[in-house]
Design a protein around this ligand. Structure first.
Ligand code: HEM
Length: 401
């Protein structure tokens, strides 16, 4: 019998990774991978890894020739603002950075965005209605979260096109990477995005406004403040995380509904189902497929000992479809699933997604209003996937309205 190894480069994986995950959960749920990392694929183990408080700082990794080549190509710098974002830091820095951002990125600030989100969605739907359809990603799934995070931060609209290109490159730092050339491109984009954000911050200091950027500049928590470099890194993180993930929630979610007409009909019949439907869509086809951690000491998991200095991949997409946790219908879309919120699409533990409430709000408004507005909504051609392993999503969804 051939061994089953986690292989995101297998043909067809980025179109549909779920059969591969099912095999892994059965054959090697906690896998010591020959390429030098571990992969954890069952719901119970994924949540255990994320809640265990393992490190997110890659400096703890043991020597690894592939990683060293990648690091060298990147000028031995860390991504996303020199590794200073909260996503790349352990406590106590993580606690301080997250506390400062959370102070201004509040549930109240997010809830206040609802009228703006409704208006943005309705304008996008007007465009689709007058054209009789189009590409859902270009018309709604991308522009909505991009506009929301731009407006919330108070970014000037001038550089939107360039920013979109740069963030699209920077997110490749979250993909499994074996090519030093890609690393060099990601680093160049990261530096340019950081400089662009630093320029906007300098301008904002002189022109404060009622926006998140101004609030972050002023943020102070029990005497703690953000250094200039930390401020840039948190803004870059919010910017990138703010739209490169939510686009997948909307596009993958709509694809899932169109491929399951009985569920789409159930949602139309009962709009109160929308909040739970968004949780189930997050579970069914996770916008982020994995999180990474690093062990700083031996870590015991399910009878295995993971050595210190090891990369551990928490396979979120697999945990979300683990039949041991969800039951025999784990692979089915069931919008009324009572425990849908137990998905790990937003991670778990100390780094649980800070933007989850915003993503949920955007998902509810976009999907709820789309379904309500277009009773004949249908796919008009094949869905094209974006080819990403981690931030996996539909890149083109042709629809008729
Ligand atoms: C962290 C998913 C939307 C901001 C995370 C993590 C996941 C995730 C899995 C944890 C990463 C880890 O543990 O390594 C998602 C998904 C989204 C989404 C699926 C949309 C459907 C957003 C939005 C924002 C945001 C809209 C902000 C505008 C953040 C931040 C962190 C984070 C700041 C870092 C938290 C920390 O390190 O403490 N997200 N996210 N996310 N997310 Fe999201």
């Amino acid at each position: 019998m051939t061994e089953t190894y986690y292989n995101p480069f297998a043909p067809g994986f980025t179109d549909d990774p779920y059969p591969h995950y099912a095999e892994l959960r059965d054959a090697a749920p906690i896998q010591d991978h020959p390429l030098g990392f571990w992969v954890v694929s069952r719901h119970a183990d994924v949540t255990a890894v994320l809640r265990a408080g393992l490190s997110v700082e890659t400096r703890h990794l043991g020597p690894n020739p592939v990683l060293m080549r990648i690091r060298e190509a990147a000028g031995n710098r860390s991504w996303r603002g020199g590794g200073l974002s909260m996503l790349d830091r352990d406590a106590p820095d993580h606690t301080r950075l997250r506390g400062l951002v959370a102070k201004v990125f509040t549930p109240r600030a997010i809830a206040a965005l609802e009228p703006e989100i409704v208006a943005l969605v309705d304008t996008a739907l007007d465009g689709l209605a007058s054209a009789g359809g189009g590409d859902l990603v270009e018309a709604l799934a991308f522009p909505l979260p991009f506009a929301v995070i731009n407006n919330m931060l108070g970014m000037p609209p001038t550089d939107a096109g360039r920013v979109r290109e740069l963030t699209g490159t920077v997110v490749r730092s979250l993909e499994p990477m074996a090519d030093p050339q890609v690393a060099a491109e990601v680093m160049a984009a990261d530096i340019e995005l950081g400089e662009l954000v630093a320029d906007v911050i300098a301008w904002k200091r002189a022109h404060p406004a009622d926006d998140l950027l101004t609030a972050l500049i002023r943020a102070e928590n029990e005497g703690e403040v953000l250094s200039d470099e930390e401020l840039v890194a948190q803004v870059v993180l919010l910017y990138v995380a703010g739209h490169e993930t939510t686009v997948n929630l909307i596009s993958n979610g709509v694809v899932a509904l169109l491929r399951n007409p009985d569920q789409l009909a159930a949602l139309r019949a009962d709009p109160d189902l929308v909040p739970n439907a968004v949780e189930e869509l997050l579970r069914y086809d996770s916008p982020v497929q994995s999180s990474r951690r690093v062990t700083t000491a031996e870590f015991e998991l399910g009878g295995h000992t993971i050595p210190a200095g090891t990369f551990v991949i928490a396979n979120l997409g697999s945990a979300n479809t683990d039949e041991r946790f969800w039951g025999p219908d784990a692979a089915e879309l069931r919008l009324d699933r009572s425990n849908a919120r137990a998905h790990v699409s937003f991670g778990a533990g100390p780094h649980h997604c800070l933007g989850a409430a915003l993503a949920r709000l955007e998902g509810r408004v976009a999907i709820g209003r789309l379904v309500d507005r277009f009773p004949d909504l249908a796919l008009a051609g094949p869905v094209r996937w974006n080819g990403r392993i981690n931030l996996r999503g539909a890149a083109e969804v042709p629809i008729t309205t």
